[in-house]
Structure formats: C-alpha cells, structure tokens
Design a protein around this ligand. Structure first.
Ligand SMILES: [Ca+2]
Length: 502
C-alpha cells in the first residue's frame, strides 16, 4: 500500500531537518527493514525527564480531517515536504486510529485520554465534566510549570476556566481568512502566525511550553458547497497537471451493497456536492490535497520560528489528524462510520533530542487517546490513573514494554443530530478483524482484515463466520460496560444519548 517516492524537500537554515533527497530515500529504505520491536539500551536512556535534563517544549499539531495515507512520503501525488522531513527524522506510527471519527469527540479524547463512551462529549452535549477538564493534559502541564497554549479550531466545550489550562488561548471558527496585525491572511497562515507569536513570547520565559495548534484545514468549509476546500493562492496550480485515480471501491456495486440507511446518510448527502461526477471528483480531491499542502507549509513556518528563537533542539513536534476522511470510497464522503477511511489518521512524532528515532516506522496499533499520556510522559509528568490511553514513549525509546501492547480497540460514534442523518455506530477492530454495529438500524458488519484489508466483503451474514461475529459482538459489549463504568459521577448522572445495543 505504501510507496516510497522522491519528493522536493525544504532545507531549513540550522540543524533541524537538514537532509538531502538521496539521504531521505536511503533512510526510508532502511526503515522498511527495521523491526518495531528491536531493543536499544542507549535509546532507552534518552528519556528526558525533569530529573536529569531540561524539560522539552511540546508542539502538538492537529490537522482537521487529514486521513492517514495523504502524506507525500507514502503517496504518489500529494506533496507534503515538511511532514516528509518530520517523518524521516522522527517516528511514524503507521497504524494510528481514532476511537471516534468526528471532530469534537475525537478532540476531547485527545485532550483527556478518554474514549467518548467515558467522557461523553460530542456536538450538542453538555460541557466536559469537572474532573475530565482538570485532567486534560494542558491543565496538568500548566500545574507542573509549563506555559500552555491552544490556537485555531476549537468547536468543543470544556467546563471550568480557560485560564486554568491555557496561558494563551486563541479559538477560531472556520473562515477563509483571518486578520493578523492589519493583514488579511488565509486562515491556515493566520493560525500559524498566532502560533508563532506564542513561540516568540515563550522565548525568554525560562519555562517549558506546550501548544496545541489546531488547523481547520483540510476540513471542508461547510457553508461553501461550490468549492468546499480552501488554501492560500500559491497552491492554486498544485496537482493541476495530474489525474486523480479513482477511489478504491468507488464502483456502483459497492454503493449498491450498502443498506438503505447508509445510502441516505450524511456521507451520501455530502458526496452529492463533492464527488457525484468525475469533474467534481477531480476538482474536490485536488482542492483537498492543496488544503493539506497548505497545512504542510504552515508547519514549516512554525519550524522556522523554532529555529529563529533557538528552541528547535528542545521542541518535540507531534503531528496527527482528528479523524479519517472518505474521498469517494463506497461513493461516500466524510467520516463518522467504521471503515478504515474513517478511523485511520497520520501520526508522526519528531523528537530532536533522540537521533535514534530517524525514519522509524512503528506498526503497533495506537490511538488518539494515547496522545495525552504520551505528551505528559515526554514532559516527565505523571498521567492520571484514569487515562484509558497509553504513553507511546516506550515505543519511541524501543523499550521491551511494547511487547505487551494492545492488539484491539473499541471505536464508536455516539452523536445523533436532528438536522442531518448520522447513524450511531460501535465496534471493535482487532489486528485481523473488524466488527461494527449500526445498533439503531440493527445492521452489523464484519470484515476479515487479514484477507480483505480494503473491506470489500461484509461477512456478518455469512454462516461460516458467526463464531467470529459473536466473539467480537460480545467484546463490544464488554468494552461498553467497562467504559461506562469508568465515567465520573457527574457524567453518569447526565441524560444519555441512548446508545444502547439491542
Ligand atoms: Ca475532523
């Protein structure tokens, strides 16, 4: 599935990210043969904690609707030279998933280390609970001496005071542009400028810092049905001379196989104005790619600022997306459901202090709920016992602990809006199987991921696989029970969305 290609690369002025195309390719090839489980005692000792070294700054970059495979290093068309460099000098998690494939809920899972079933936050739900808010990683880092910032897309609703978790808070709604110091900038660059200001302010504070930079791109601008995706003018000609190949499973037969409720769902409504004819498909996919390339450029602006302020060598960069994105697979558009397109996201961690990590690729299953514990452990700060995710630090440091890593996870989508039709879904993905249940419609799906990684054939009604279906259905119930029991008293007392399976 993954393809190594040479791409043009950006060369930064100082030590960070200096690497040539030839070296890049060589590193990438070496990484193909490196095991994710090898141990390296030197690497293990590079964990930086407040006890032995200066605490690192942590720059967390979250793109909106950036699916896992749209990274230039692994894709034959899209250009993301900055992300490619981060990948080549850091660690790529090739099997990164979200536990809920929608913006608001996934973002709270990232902040709290909890699944949606436990934190119970999505659109149209009450603010996060008090305990959940206090346990968000920025609040914990702030209590532990970090300066903390959030810039860009917000669209979530946290209880408590923002000043308790952020020293610098610049939430934004989705717009094409924003005004920065008298200049009207494309919103992606506006977000980068706001983030650069925080980096500048942090330069002489003698405090470590953490910042969550939340780009709205490459999310569609919902109110603009004509063009959907926006980007700075310099990207207008990107991809204009290529033909985007058809999406996987975009033949009629795969859409016709779907039950009627999915054929009428929001995924199809949005498909109508994105991909319903070839010209539209070419236009929209290219616009989406350009929006991703503009995020890549904005990331390079942040890196340049780190260089200029002398903080690049002590700033860890984490890049990921909040959910996947269907680009005409099954003739659907968007996220929300349980297919790989919905659940898989890119995840790159670049730690300039850890030279052993260059071009490392890890295939273990990692989740959005692992972000908060990972950030805390990188800072040398203890995570709450209640976090459901696990720190990825042992993998970054090649520790033996990764032998015991998870081999399955529960995912779900609990939101049930009135204005559009999004069926709730819950399921379990293991390394070899995926089960999901649209429980309100009583419709189950089962895929043999080992032999059918594209999820072409639903085996839920095949008598041969009923034992697998039963096992995974029971597992789903056990996860639901476990995650509901983990709710705080405040959340337990709320009226629920009635996400109960039959
Ligand atoms: Ca999103």
């Amino acid at each position: 599935m993954y393809k190594l290609t040479k791409k043009p690369v950006i060369h930064f002025k100082k030590g960070l990210l200096k690497i040539s195309c030839v070296t890049l390719t060589a590193l990438a090839l070496v990484s193909c043969y490196s095991s994710t489980t090898h141990t390296n005692s030197d690497a293990k000792n590079t964990v930086n904690t407040k006890d032995n070294q200066k605490q690192p700054n942590i720059l967390f970059i979250l793109a909106d609707d950036h699916r896992w495979d749209l990274i230039g290093k692994y894709h034959s068309i899209i250009k993301t030279p900055t992300l490619d460099q981060l990948a080549n000098q850091g660690t790529v998690f090739k099997n990164a998933f979200v536990t809920t494939p929608i913006c608001a809920s996934s973002r709270i899972s990232i902040l709290t280390g909890l699944t949606e079933r436990t934190h119970d936050f999505t659109f149209s739900r009450p603010k996060t609970g008090k305990v959940e808010s206090a346990n968000m990683y920025p609040a914990i880092l702030k209590k532990n001496g970090y300066r903390s910032a959030l810039v860009g897309k917000y669209e979530i609703n946290m209880s408590g005071q923002h000043k308790d978790r952020f020293d610098y808070f610049k939430p934004l709604l989705h717009e094409k542009t924003g005004e920065f110091k008298g200049k009207n900038l494309p919103q992606t660059y506006y977000i980068a400028e706001l983030a650069k200001d925080f980096i500048e302010q942090s330069k002489n504070t003698n405090q470590p810092w953490t910042m969550s930079v939340n780009f709205w791109n490459p999310h569609a601008l919902d109110k603009d049905k004509e063009d959907q995706f926006h980007y700075p003018p310099e990207f207008e000609n990107y991809y204009s001379d290529v033909t985007i190949p058809p999406a996987k499973l975009s033949d009629n037969e795969y859409f016709e196989q779907l039950p009627e409720f999915l054929q009428l769902s929001i995924g199809r409504v949005r498909w109508e104005y994105r991909f319903s004819n070839e010209a539209m498909y070419q236009k929209m996919v290219k616009r989406h790619y350009r929006a991703i390339s503009s995020v890549d450029k904005a990331v390079s602006m942040l890196i340049q600022k780190l260089e200029e302020t002398g903080m690049a060598d002590n700033t860890i960069i984490i890049y990921t997306g909040d959910n996947g994105y269907a680009l005409n697979e099954r003739q659907l558009a968007g996220k929300w459901f349980g297919w790989e397109e919905d659940l898989r996201v890119p995840l790159i961690i670049y730690d300039p202090r850890n030279k052993q990590d260059q071009a490392k690729e890890i295939t273990k299953m990692v989740l959005n709920i692992d972000i908060a514990p990972t950030i805390l452990s990188l800072a040398g700060v203890d995570a709450p016992q209640t976090y459901q995710g696990k720190s990825l630090l042992p993998m970054l440091n090649d520790s033996d602990e990764i032998q015991d890593w998870r081999t399955e996870f529960m995912f779900e989508h609990m939101y049930q809006p009135k204005r559009v039709f999004i069926p709730p879904v819950v399921g379990v993905r293991t390394e070899d199987w995926k089960y999901f249940d649209f429980h309100k419609q009583n419709h189950e799906r089962l895929y043999d991921l080992k032999n059918d990684p594209d999820e072409t054939t639903n085996l839920a009604n095949d008598p041969k696989y009923q034992h697998v279906l039963k096992t995974l259905s029971e597992k789903t119930d056990l996860y639901i029970k476990k995650y509901e029991q983990a709710r705080t008293d405040e959340v337990k007392q709320r009226p629920s969305f009635l996400n109960q399976r039959n």
